[in-house]
Design a binder for this molecule. Structure first.
Ligand code: DGL
Length: 264
């Protein structure tokens, strides 16, 4: 049964593909399903109730497609919905994600850490608890980044507009002495090449995609659900413009793929 089952992954849009890539690298035998809720992106400024409702609908869809586990490849959806989903599906392995505060606090030498994330993530109680737990000895400066997710959804990873927006968010953090930047939204790892141009080499960029993939592996193993056969090709759905996502998929996912319209 495990061989036929898949891992269901979702995000507000294409950002979660940065996590999906890590899962594919670590678990090449697993068959993967991906939903981009691009019809409702960005989640960052939306209410927790709205995001919870969307997360439940998408989870139901993925389970209907045979998902044996769920990955919320979205920091914002995790703070809004992971507790609810775990309550509704107590037997199901569910992996959420959170900004990499712990590794960043351990890595910083200047003692100043910057967090780039959505408004929804940064104002959540879950994020406040994360800071209390792991960042007592460092100074953490948070930076919401409105507009950035839309640039990435448009496939503009290096253009003038993206560059200008990103510089506006990052410059004040560098001026405060940040030597470690947390990419606390799954869209932002796609801006690493641009960030490498904008910030000095001495600044570390940290995201949690690889750690999430390892957590997926651990949970599947604990539930005896790791796939043993060959993976079938990943399936993609978008609640927004499926053709647009299909066009940028090779850039973000590294391969062509068909993107289907998510049923309403
Ligand atoms: N990719 C998402 C995250 O990790 C949210 C982006 C958004 O829709 O605002 O937080």
């Amino acid at each position: 049964m495990a061989e036929a089952a898949t891992i269901g992954v979702f995000d507000s849009g294409v950002g979660g593909l940065s996590v999906l890539r890590e899962i594919r690298t670590l678990l090449p035998r697993e068959s993967l399903l991906y939903v981009a809720d691009s019809g409702h992106v960005p989640y960052g400024e939306k209410s927790a109730d709205f995001i919870r409702e969307r997360s439940h609908q998408i989870a139901e869809f993925l389970l209907g497609q045979g998902a044996k586990a769920l990955v919320l490849a979205c920091n914002t959806a995790t703070v809004a919905a992971v507790a609810d989903l775990r309550e509704r599906y107590p037997q199901l392995p569910i992996v959420g994600m959170e900004p990499a505060v712990k590794p960043a606090a351990a890595a910083t030498r200047s003692g100043v850490v910057g967090v780039l994330a959505t408004t929804g993530t940064l104002r959540s109680a879950k994020f406040a608890a994360l800071l209390d737990r792991f960042a007592a000895d460092v100074r953490v400066i948070t930076q919401p980044c409105p507009g950035l997710v839309e640039r990435i959804e448009a496939g503009d990873l290096m253009g003038a507009l993206t560059r200008e927006l990103l510089m506006g968010y990052v410059e004040p953090l560098l001026a405060e002495g940040c030597d470690t930047l947390i990419l606390g939204c799954t869209h932002y790892p796609f801006l690493r090449p641009l960030l490498h141009e904008l910030v000095p080499d001495s600044v570390s960029l940290i995201d949690t995609g690889a750690a999430v993939a390892r957590q997926v592996q651990r949970l599947l193993d604990a539930h005896d659900l790791l796939a043993e056969g060959e993976a079938v090709a990943c399936r993609f759905w978008s609640s927004g413009d499926a053709a647009a996502m299909q066009r940028i998929l090779p850039t973000l996912w590294g391969e062509f793929g068909r993107v289907e319209k998510l049923p309403d």
